[in-house]
Design a binder for this molecule. Structure first.
Ligand SMILES: Nc1nc2c(c(=O)[nH]1)N[C@H]1C(S)=C(S)[C@@H](COP(=O)(O)OP(=O)(O)OC[C@H]3O[C@@H](n4cnc5c(=O)[nH]c(N)nc54)[C@H](O)[C@@H]3O)O[C@H]1N2
Ligand SMILES: Nc1nc2c(c(=O)[nH]1)N[C@H]1C(S)=C(S)[C@@H](COP(=O)(O)OP(=O)(O)OC[C@H]3O[C@@H](n4cnc5c(=O)[nH]c(N)nc54)[C@H](O)[C@@H]3O)O[C@H]1N2
Ligand SMILES: [Mo]
Length: 770
């Protein structure tokens, strides 16, 4: 397809979305299975939880409880295409390494366990028994358990995740990084310090009650489309929605509900964001500080004229700590500084404060635009500060709402997938299984990459995901990765992490969530936790993609039996035969959250984990909700370019509407008007003019940091876009080679993928390409 570039003027949802769903069902050659599966998507208990995003599923569910991208994810998994031993026989890995992400996954579902054969440079089929025994032997041969890493992408169920962490810990390591380390770990660090919980406080019930919504750095229409229904309902009650995003994301402007026949037929669409603020990349702390400053001014005025305070002074007095210091800091910021850093005018920030002050119950939603920065934790804490000023926490219709990424990434952390020992129920695990959890923290994603590059890590096992492609500094990581002794991919499709492999490399194909998982005791349930901390049971509905596929719990149990010393308290066979027994073990480790797990998971709508902050109980050091004064307004001070250098732009790496992380469904980003290619860089016209670039020029982007490592990606097509000057955008994962490993959130270590300083060099002028 010839690339095309044309601004998209339609709404999100609507016919474009319906067309896109039909298209992918056909492309995956799964029109029937896929369409049938969709009818059971997000149906509680006898249906499966969508494998795409982590947004909450309403109860009772809607007749068609899925969205465009959820449908794509289902089609991707229920595809009739198969990546068989015959495929591997035809292609050496040296050849496959030149294939695109799209072409690799388009081969379809993996069907056989495979082992890399050095002689022929191919993956050859291997029996499960052999593969598992060899992996066990390799692990046991390591000098030190900390030489192994047990990575998890966020899809695996609570049951599989719990077994995975038990395997790693009993083996002797807390090396359990997961995709959260690249995603919402900033949340997991920020929220406990501020309000004493590691997750968002908002439930769907709050969305039904709220009268104002703030959205920071989240591309809702592509990445959690079902959330648009909740926004639509709030707009129906006239609640203002204030969006802060450098890009004018079309889906946050207008939406047509594809499941509403009247809206579809009449072409009606609703305005999603009543106020759209194109904040500069990394300008959020300054923008929020400006709103707080304007709020204080409004409060001064109100008090001076004998009106009630604009702040919730009773809440601040009874429930918070640190307000005076925060107030002082905010008053001291100069408007000129706030304007320069946020890219917003003082008037815009004052306007936002006025709208905010007019709402009684406000929800603040955020995504990667806040978390993936050097000071991502500060970003989130600043947003909490704004909520605290008007008591918008621990009351109905209000709260903080991090929108998680993978469908069970929040749940994985809840059941022990974490490198941090402080978050592990060490004593309970000792009582349950008579072993000692290793005392040392394990590695995060960034630490793991450092360990691989330095040669400290020798074995890398992945429960899902595509680590090599998702992690930063690809050109440094890939050569180091292939020096590993052992790489094991438990996956559903072939991706780059299996092609850039260790000396001993295995692919272990597993069942996906849409598929029926039959074990000795019958068809199994599995459970997940969504972004609103709601835990529910699901069941696959589709026939497995191959007879040899095993479930994730079955694979983990087999690995455990081949690796760990016998322990009658860890009955891996019984766990695999009946996942209800795994849930009993989970309840034993986390009784406050999971007591009576097997019964409560079947309650209509599932159950919520208890969150103190929702009850205004603050499990923080101070016993109160903490106002946190930002150390700096500069969000990315480790890469801030010399202000004299006008040639450096701030690059954010983003997702298109046609991908799920490293899975590329297609080459269209409908809402952003890009068709047929992903090799683009979206820029402001003034920057193009200033840098002497024309639309259609092909450029190479290079990272503008001085650490002796050359990093560049290209060719990228210069494409004008509505984005603040000085900012530009290009797609992840292609641009991960530009992201230095050391450029990460200061405390949470999330790679700062939204702020990479780059310079552009023209490779081919547009005129020459004609
Ligand atoms: N279809 C689909 N769904 C998905 C995914 C997918 O790839 N495809 N991925 C899943 C995963 S794992 C995750 S984590 C989520 C990701 O979902 P999002 O959190 O939406 O992540 P991104 O797509 O990276 O988009 C980040 C948004 O933040 C904006 N942004 C960038 N920098 C800044 C900034 O400095 N300030 C502000 N205010 N905004 C900024 C960008 O313009 C963009 O709109 O989605 C999940 N759902
Ligand atoms: N530059 C940049 N880098 C980023 C980001 C960014 O915005 N910019 N975002 C980061 C974020 S938020 C995240 S979450 C990470 C994502 O990082 P990962 O979670 O590691 O990557 P995914 O692309 O989601 O993994 C896709 C693979 O998972 C496997 N898979 C799919 N379903 C299943 C299943 O049911 N079971 C198993 N076992 N395997 C399955 C398939 O083989 C597929 O190829 O990337 C991060 N990297
Ligand atoms: Mo994510």
């Amino acid at each position: 397809m010839k690339p095309r570039f044309k601004p998209y003027r339609g709404p999100s949802g609507g016919w474009g979305s319906a067309y896109s769903v039909g298209n992918i069902l056909l492309r995956e050659r799964a029109p029937l299975t896929g369409a049938m599966a969709l009818l059971r998507q997000n149906r509680p208990i006898s249906g499966f939880a969508c494998v795409s995003c982590a947004w909450a599923k309403p109860h009772p569910s809607k007749p068609l409880a899925f969205c465009e991208n959820g449908a794509k994810a289902t089609a991707w998994e229920t595809t009739s295409l198969r990546c068989t031993p015959e495929f591997f026989a035809q292609h050496r890995l040296s050849e496959l390494r030149n294939w695109s992400d799209y072409d690799l996954e388009q081969q379809g579902r993996l069907t056989h366990p495979m082992r890399w054969d050095a002689g022929s440079d191919r993956y050859l089929p291997v029996s499960w028994d052999e593969a598992i025994a060899e992996i066990g032997a390799e692990l046991k041969a390591l000098d030190d358990p900390d030489q192994a890493v047990f990575y998890a992408s966020g899809r695996a169920s609570l049951e599989a995740s719990y077994l995975w962490q038990l395997l790693a810990r009993r083996f002797g390591t807390n090396n359990l990084p997961d995709s959260s380390n690249m995603c919402h770990e900033s949340t997991s660090v920020a929220l406990p310090e501020s309000i004493g919980v590691p997750v968002g406080t908002v439930t769907l019930n709050d969305f039904a009650k709220t009268d104002g919504i703030l959205i920071f750095g989240h591309n809702t229409s592509s990445n959690s489309p079902r959330l648009l229904h909740d926004l639509e309902a709030a707009r129906g009650r006239d609640a203002p929605i204030l969006t802060f995003n450098p890009l004018r994301e079309r889906g946050l402007e207008r939406f047509t509900d594809p499941q509403s026949p009247t809206q579809m037929l009449s072409g009606h669409s609703i305005v999603v964001s009543t106020h759209y603020h194109q904040v500069a990349i990394g300008g959020d702390v300054a923008a929020i500080a400006g709103i707080c400053k304007a709020l204080l001014a409004l409060d001064d005025e109100a008090l001076a004229s004998g009106q009630p305070s604009v702040l919730d002074r009773v809440f601040i007095e009874q429930h918070t700590q640190g307000f005076e210091a925060f107030e002082q800091a905010v008053r001291a910021y100069a408007w000129a500084d706030l304007e320069r850093r946020s890219g917003l005018t003082r008037g815009a920030m004052e306007g936002a404060a006025k709208v905010y002050a007019g709402c009684q119950r406000v929800i603040a939603i955020y995504g990667m635009g806040l978390t993936q920065h050097r000071h991502g934790v500060t970003n989130i804490q600043m947003l909490v500060n704004l909520l605290l000023m008007r008591g918008n926490l621990g009351k109905e219709g209000a709260g903080i709402c991090p929108v998680r990424g993978h469908s069970n990434v929040q749940g994985q952390r809840t059941v022990g997938i974490t490198e941090k020992v402080a978050q592990v129920p060490v004593e309970r695990l000792r009582e349950q299984f008579a072993f000692e959890v290793p005392a040392e923290d394990g590695v995060s994603t960034v630490d793991a990459c450092e360990g691989i590059i330095a040669g400290r890590i020798r074995a890398f096992l992945s429960l899902g995901g595509n680590f090599v492609r998702a992690a930063p500094d690809s050109h440094r990581l890939e050569p180091a990765w292939s020096k590993l002794r052992l790489t094991v991919q438990i996956v559903t499709k072939l991706n780059r992490s299996a092609l850039v492999h260790g000396e001993k490399a295995y692919i272990l194909p597993c069942l996906g969530r849409t598929e029926m998982d039959r074990q000795a005791s019958g068809l199994q349930y599995h459970t997940t936790e969504d972004s609103t901390a709601c835990i529910r049971a699901w069941q696959g509905v589709v026939k497995p993609a191959g007879e040899l596929l095993r479930s994730e719990p079955a694979i983990i149990a087999a690995l455990a039996k081949a690796t760990l010393p016998d322990n009658p308290l860890m009955n891996w066979d019984a766990w695999v035969a009946d996942y209800g027994l795994i849930r009993e073990a989970i309840a034993g480790s986390y009784p406050e959250i999971f007591h009576d797990f097997n019964t409560r998971m079947l309650e209509p709508g599932g159950f919520h984990r208890p969150l103190g902050a929702s009850q205004r109980q603050w499990a923080t050091d101070s016993g109160r909700a903490n106002f946190v004064v930002p150390k700096t307004l500069a969000m990315n001070d480790d890469v801030e370019p010399d202000p004299e250098r006008r040639d450096v732009l701030n690059l954010m790496t983003i997702r298109s509407n046609d991908q799920f992380n490293t899975t590329v469904y297609g080459y269209n980003d409908r809402f952003r008007g890009v068709r047929g290619t992903r090799s683009v860089i979206l820029m402001h016209r003034n920057d193009m003019t200033r840098l002497g670039l024309n639309e259609g020029d092909q450029v190479q982007a290079s990272t503008a940091v001085d650490d002796g490592v050359p990093r560049s990606v290209g060719p990228l097509r210069v494409t004008p876009h509505d984005i603040p000057e000085g900012c530009c955008a290009a797609y992840y994962p292609e641009c991960n080679a530009l992201l230095p490993l050391w450029h990460h959130e200061e405390k949470a270590k999330v790679p700062a993928a939204k702020s990479i300083p780059v310079t552009l060099r023209r490779l081919i002028a547009m005129a020459q390409t004609r």
